[in-house]
Design a protein around this ligand. Structure first.
Ligand code: HDD
Length: 708
C-alpha cells in the first residue's frame, strides 16, 4: 500500500490495483472494483482520513479532540480477552447433526427422536496445555467440544479425544493443570508435557497412569483433527418418558478413520507449519471435503454397572467396546468455517451443564466439579453473565427468561413483567414454567455420610492402563515406549524418572524395561505398591488401537510431489488423476513457487518452494524431477531432507524415472529401497502407487530406521 502522505482534500491510497480517493465527507467512493461502504467510527460517523492523526500543523502535537483516533486506539487496546485456562488453542467450525437411529425408547431428548432430522452444531477442537499461540502438534490430548442447537435448547458434549481423564476428582484438576503448564518460576516449557513438574505430579498420582498411557500413545499426535475420535468421557444418563434412566457414554467416530503422525514428524511440523491442524480443517471444509463423525452411544444399566470390574463413575476408566458395543445413532458434519475467528471460535462457551430434557448427570466426581467450573470460567473470560447473548452461544430455538441487565445485555425482557409470578395475564405477563415439557431432573435416591473419600473400585489404577497397552499393535507399542523414553529424558530429576518406571512395572514389565533401558536406568526400581491388585487378564480391546482402525482409502490425505523444470508432464498428470480419483489432495513442491515448465512446454504454478514444503506436511511423497532437476536439487539440503524424512517417517515414496540420483544423493542405499518405494515409471503405475498408500505408512521400515 502506498499513500501520497499529504492531508489534502483528495488523498489517494493505492492497494493492489485499487485506488481509493478519500473525500472530505462520508460519501462512498468509486474504486477500480466498484462501490465500497464508507468507513465510519463505532458511532457511525463517516471517517474522512484514516491515515493521519489530527495534529496542530503537519509537524505539530496530536490533538485530544481526535475522537476517531481515540476510539480506534481505545478499542485496539482492549482487543484481547483472557485466554482459556486450558484448551486455549482451538479451532471451531459450524455444521449439523443428523439423527440416523431413533433413541425414543431410551431418552426424551428431542434431537434423538426422529431419524433424518438435522440440528445446527458448532464444534471446537483444541489442544489442552498450550497457550493460544502455541503450535498445533504438541504431544497432548485434544479437546472435542460439541454444541448442538436443539429445539429444546443447547446441548454441549464437552469431551476429549481420549475416553479417560488424568484425575478422578475435580478438586485435583488445578494441580494437574498447573503441573503440565509452564513451570511458574521460569515460564517454560510451553505446550510440553516433557518436564519435571508434570511427571512429578503424575508419578505421585497413580490415578493418572491410564490417561498418561493415552497421552504417550499416537493418539496425542493426530495427523488431522478430522482423524480423531471424540469421547464424552463420563457416564451420563438418558431419561425416557417414564422417568427411567439408562447410563450412556458418548463417542464420536471419524468417518475418515484414525490416523496419527510419528513424533519426529510432529516436532518438525510444529516448525514448518505451526497451524498444521487448523489449516487442514480450513482447507478440507473450504474444498467441500467435510469432516464427519458418527455419534455412538454405549448404553448400559445398573446390572452391568454392578458387574463391571471398575466403577462407572470413575473417569479414569473406560468401558471396552467389545463389552458394551457402540451403537451408531447419528452423524456430525462440519460444513462451514467461521466468518470470524474471534467472534465464534474464541467466544464460544461450552459447559457440561448445558443438557436438554432427557439427558442427565451421574455422580462422577469429576463431572460434578466440571459442572461448576465452566459457567464460572466463562464469567471471567467473557466478562459478564450475558455471554449467552453472543450469537454462537445463543440458542437457536425460542427462549424466554426473566434475566436482565449486566454487561452487554442484548435480550432484556420486553414489557412490564420481569418477575414471576405476576398478575399481568398470559400476554403481558411473560413466560411461564411448563411442568410437562420442562426439564425434569432424574429422581435419583441419594444418601450417605458427608465424607472426603473415594469409592473402593476407584483405587485400581493400573489394570486398564495395561489393557490399553496390550491392545496396541507392536508398532504402536514401540511408539509408546519411545514416547515415555523421550519425555523422561527431558525430566531432570532422576528420582522422578525412577518413580515413573516403578509404576510402569505394574502395567507391563517389557514396557518398563524398555523405557528404563532407553533412559539408561539400572537396576530397575521396585514396583510401586498398588492400592488394589492389578487385574492382569483383561483381554485386549482392538478398538483402542489406531492402526487397527485406520482408513480404508487414501481419501482426504495429501501427497507432496517434487517437481522441477522438465518434469514429465504425462507422468505428473497420471499421478494427479489417480489422486483425484481417490479423493487425495496433491501439492506440488519445487525450486520456485512461481512455477516450473514441464516436458511438454506448459508452465504450472507450485504450492510450495522446497524449503517451505518439507515432506512432513504430506502423507506420502512422489519424486518426479527431471534428470537435470534431480542434479540441481541434489545440492539443496532441504530436498535431501524431503526424501530422508519421508523415509524415516515410514512414508510411501513414489519414484519417477529420473529420481534415482537424487535419492542416492540424499544418502539412501539401494538396500534401503523397501516395498514402501513404488516405481512410477509410466502413467499406468500411478494407480498402483495410490493403492499402496492406502496402508498409510510402510511400518515394516520402522524397525530398520528405528522408531522416531
Ligand atoms: Fe475441561 C475447557 C474437556 C475436565 C474445567 N475442557 C475444556 C474444553 C474441553 C474440555 C474440550 C475446551 C472447550 C472449548 O473448546 O471452549 N475437561 C474436558 C474433559 C474433561 C475436563 C473431557 C474430563 C473428562 N475441565 C475438567 C475439569 C475441570 C475443567 C475437572 C474443572 C474442575 N475445562 C475447564 C475450564 C475450561 C475447560 C476451566 C477452560 C475454558 C473453558 O472451560 O471454557 O472451565
Amino acid at each position: 500500500m502506498s499513500t501520497n502522505g499529504k492531508n489534502s482534500e483528495h488523498d489517494q491510497v493505492t492497494i493492489g490495483d485499487q485506488t481509493i480517493r478519500r473525500g472530505k465527507g462520508g460519501e462512498t467512493h468509486q474504486t477500480a472494483t466498484g462501490e465500497v461502504p464508507t468507513l465510519t467510527t463505532a458511532q457511525g460517523v463517516p471517517v474522512a482520513d484514516d491515515q493521519n492523526t489530527l495534529r496542530a500543523g503537519p509537524r505539530g502535537p496530536a490533538l485530544l479532540e481526535d475522537f476517531h483516533f481515540r476510539e480506534k486506539i481505545f478499542h485496539f487496546d482492549h482487543e484481547r480477552i483472557p485466554e482459556r485456562v486450558v484448551h486455549a488453542r482451538g479451532y471451531g467450525a459450524h455444521g449439523y447433526f443428523e439423527l440416523t437411529d431413533s433413541l425414543s425408547d431410551i431418552t426424551t431428548a428431542d434431537v434423538l427422536q426422529r431419524p433424518g432430522e438435522r440440528v445446527p452444531a458448532f464444534v471446537r477442537l483444541s489442544t489442552v496445555a498450550g497457550g493460544r499461540g502455541s503450535a498445533d502438534l504438541p504431544r497432548d490430548i485434544r479437546g472435542f467440544a460439541v454444541k448442538l442447537y436443539t429445539k429444546e435448547g443447547n446441548w454441549d458434549i464437552v469431551g476429549n479425544n481420549a475416553p479417560v481423564f488424568f484425575v478422578q476428582d475435580a478438586i485435583k484438576f488445578p494441580d494437574f493443570v498447573h503441573s503440565i503448564k509452564e513451570e511458574p518460576d521460569r515460564g517454560f516449557p510451553q505446550a510440553q508435557s516433557a518436564h519435571d513438574n508434570l511427571w512429578d505430579f503424575v508419578s505421585l498420582s497413580p490415578e493418572s497412569m491410564h490417561a498418561i498411557m493415552w497421552a504417550m500413545s499416537d493418539r496425542a499426535i493426530p495427523r488431522s483433527l478430522r482423524f480423531i475420535e471424540g469421547f464424552g468421557v463420563h457416564t451420563f444418563r438418558f431419561v425416557n418418558k417414564d422417568g427411567n434412566s439408562t447410563y450412556v457414554k458418548f463417542h464420536w467416530k471419524p468417518k475418515a478413520g484414525l490416523q496419527s503422525v510419528v513424533w519426529n514428524e510432529a516436532l518438525k511440523i510444529n516448525g514448518a507449519d505451526p497451524d498444521f491442524h487448523r489449516r487442514d480443517m480450513w482447507d478440507a471444509i473450504n474444498s467441500g471435503d467435510f469432516p464427519e463423525w458418527e455419534l455412538g452411544v454405549q448404553l448400559f444399566d445398573d446390572e452391568f454397572a454392578d458387574s463391571f470390574d471398575f466403577d462407572i463413575l470413575d473417569a479414569t476408566k473406560l468401558i471396552p467396546e467389545e463389552l458394551v458395543p457402540v451403537r451408531r445413532v447419528g452423524r456430525l458434519v462440519l460444513d462451514r468455517v467461521v466468518d470470524n475467528f474471534f467472534a465464534e471460535t474464541e467466544q464460544v462457551a461450552f459447559c457440561t451443564q448445558n443438557v436438554v430434557p432427557g439427558v442427565d448427570f451421574t455422580n462422577d466426581p469429576l463431572l460434578q466439579g466440571r459442572n461448576f467450573s465452566y459457567l464460572d470460567t466463562q464469567l471471567k473470560r467473557l466478562g459478564g453473565p450475558n455471554f449467552t447473548h453472543i450469537p454462537v452461544n445463543a440458542p437457536k430455538c425460542p427462549f424466554h427468561t426473566f434475566q436482565q441487565d449486566g454487561h452487554a445485555a442484548m435480550h432484556n425482557p420486553k414489557g412490564r413483567a420481569n418477575y414471576e409470578p405476576n398478575s399481568w395475564g398470559p400476554k403481558a405477563g411473560g413466560p411461564r414454567e411448563n411442568p410437562t415439557q420442562g426439564y425434569q431432573s432424574y429422581r435419583a435416591q441419594e444418601s450417605g455420610e458427608t465424607r472426603r473419600e473415594r469409592a473402593e473400585l476407584f483405587a485400581d489404577h493400573y489394570s486398564q492402563a495395561r489393557q490399553f497397552y496390550i491392545s496396541q499393535t507392536k508398532t504402536e507399542q514401540v511408539h509408546i515406549q519411545q514416547a515415555y523414553t523421550f519425555e523422561l529424558s527431558k525430566v531432570e530429576t532422576p528420582a522422578i524418572r525412577s518413580r515413573v518406571i516403578s509404576h510402569l512395572l505394574n502395567i507391563d514389565k517389557d514396557l518398563a524395561k524398555s523405557v528404563a533401558n532407553g533412559i539408561g536406568l539400572a537396576p530397575l526400581p521396585e514396583a510401586a505398591p498398588p492400592a488394589r491388585p492389578v487385574i492382569d487378564n483383561l483381554p485386549p480391546s482392538p478398538a483402542l488401537s489406531i492402526l487397527k482402525n485406520g482408513p480404508t482409502t487414501f481419501a482426504g490425505r495429501k501427497i507432496g510431489v517434487l517437481v522441477t523444470g522438465g518434469t514429465d508432464a504425462a507422468l505428473l498428470k497420471a499421478v494427479q488423476d489417480a489422486a483425484k480419483a481417490e479423493g487425495t489432495n496433491v501439492e506440488l513442491v519445487g525450486p520456485q513457487v512461481q512455477g516450473v515448465t514441464l516436458s511438454d512446454g506448459s508452465t504450472i504454478p507450485l504450492g510450495q518452494k522446497i524449503n517451505g514444503g518439507p515432506s512432513v506436511l504430506y502423507d506420502a511423497v512422489v519424486l518426479l524431477p527431471s534428470a537435470a532437476g534431480a542434479k540441481l536439487l541434489g545440492n539443496e539440503a532441504t530436498a535431501r531432507d524431503f526424501i530422508n524424512d519421508a523415509f524415516a517417517h515410514a512414508k510411501f515414496i513414489g519414484v519417477g524415472p529420473d529420481a534415482d540420483p537424487l535419492i542416492t544423493r540424499a544418502g539412501l542405499q539401494s538396500s534401503d529401497r523397501d516395498k514402501g518405494f513404488v516405481t512410477i515409471g509410466s502413467a499406468g503405475d500411478a494407480d498402483g502407487f495410490i493403492k499402496a498408500c492406502r496402508a498409510v505408512r510402510f511400518w515394516e521400515r520402522e524397525s530398520k530406521v528405528h522408531a522416531v
